[in-house]
Design a protein around this ligand. Structure first.
Ligand code: FAD
Ligand code: SF4
Length: 331
């Protein structure tokens, strides 16, 4: 049985106290919300914080305010189960409800939070292994080693962004509110990520993600599709999020965001541009799906082969667009 390493657990009851504790302990400390990802990772010694600053006792982080007409403010400590089942989310932001509702298993969704899912660690077949396994291959640069075992000549880590809700929220144009020692700031969720498997978040480690802000849903049609081996359990090895705003039958704005094909969610902006001003005809859908697979560049470091995952990008984008067109047919 793998055991947790020893650590001190601090339980602040306000965001200000959490930020202060993170500042006091510097690089020795990490934030923990539901712990569904961090605790298993600690058991494998992927993280060895001396102090954990627990967010579960901070009531201001929990709950969903607003409406589809005004936009939603979702506290980062809101569980995935609550997010997926929330009436406004389910009715008006089905891409988010689907993404949150397909994370892992019911038990983990009851504990796991939306904030934890947005900040979840990147993954790689050579990294998400026990300490002994990693030691046997002499480790890699994401933890304890020097080189990348997927691309040995590479100066960077290519671990894969594996959050379900990140691409869905990005496609919806969401922003995130961060609280840190210098105060609060709000940035587009797309600016929270950077293309590096180790430094995958563009936020300071002592900043707490407090809220996720989702714009109003006027004219919105959205969809999230997830590829994984076991339908009731696994991380995505491809996620496709599509969000359109419509003027009647014509697409006014479009965003297509791919998950699990790089170290951050990847926007297929050129493909989305083909939809603007168009009706969702079969020809438009096929052309868009062909173009959308271009930025999908999976490597051989998760489940399924990477050529298959790239091929499925086109299939899933086409499938999502057909559903949004209301044809009900799958590609
Ligand atoms: C078997 C298994 C299957 C899984 N399947 C999936 C899956 O299908 N899809 C998926 O997306 N995930 C999956 N996960 C990962 C995880 O369960 C989810 O991502 C979950 O949403 C993480 O939320 P949490 O609150 O438990 O985060 P935690 O484990 O508490 O934290 C995760 C990371 O986020 C940071 N963090 C948490 N909250 C904040 C905050 N408010 N501000 C700043 N940083 C914060 C932590 O420091 C940590 O680095 C799986 C995990 C397991 C063990
Ligand atoms: S991509 Fe390379 S450096 Fe990153 S976790 Fe995998 S093997 Fe390690």
């Amino acid at each position: 049985m793998m055991r947790l390493p020893p650590f001190e657990y601090r339980a602040p009851v306000s965001v200000a106290d959490a930020v202060k504790l993170m500042g006091d302990h510097g690089p020795d400390a990490m934030l923990v919300a539901g712990g569904t990802d961090l605790y298993p990772n600690m058991k494998r010694r992927q993280f060895e914080p001396k102090v954990l600053v627990g967010l579960r006792g901070i009531r201001e982080l929990v709950g969903i305010r607003g409406s589809a007409a005004t936009g939603l403010i979702i506290g980062s400590g809101t569980t995935l189960t609550v997010t997926a089942a929330h009436a406004e989310v389910a009715a008006h932001y089905p891409a988010l409800a689907t993404a949150a509702g397909q994370v892992s298993t019911p038990q983990l969704r009851n504990m796991g939070t939306l904030g934890g899912n947005v900040c979840v660690d990147t993954r790689c077949n050579y990294y998400n292994q026990s300490y002994q396994w990693r030691k046997a291959v002499d480790f890699c640069m994401k933890k304890d080693g020097d080189i990348c075992l997927v691309a040995p000549g590479s100066p960077r880590c290519w671990a894969v962004s594996s959050s379900d809700t990140a691409p869905a929220l990005w496609s919806l144009g969401a922003s995130v509110r961060l609280a840190g020692p210098a105060g609060e700031r709000t940035i587009p969720l797309s600016a929270l990520y950077q293309d590096d498997g180790i430094q995958y978040l563009a936020k300071r480690p002592d900043e707490v993600l407090t809220d996720i802000l989702v714009p109003r849903a006027e004219g919105l049609r959205c969809e999230y599709l997830k590829l994984r081996r076991r339908g009731a359990f696994d991380f995505p090895v491809l996620g496709v999020a599509v969000a359109l705003t419509m003027d009647g039958d014509t697409v006014r704005t479009a965003r297509i965001v791919l998950g699990a094909v790089a170290s951050q969610p990847r926007e297929a902006a050129e493909a989305a541009g083909l939809l603007v001003g168009q009706r969702l005809t079969p020809d438009v859908i096929t052309a868009t799906a062909d173009r959308a697979s271009r930025p999908s560049k999976p490597l051989d470091n998760t489940d399924f082969t990477h050529p298959y995952r790239k091929k499925m990008t086109r299939v899933y984008v086409e499938r999502a667009l057909r559903r949004l067109a209301g044809s009900g047919e799958d590609a």
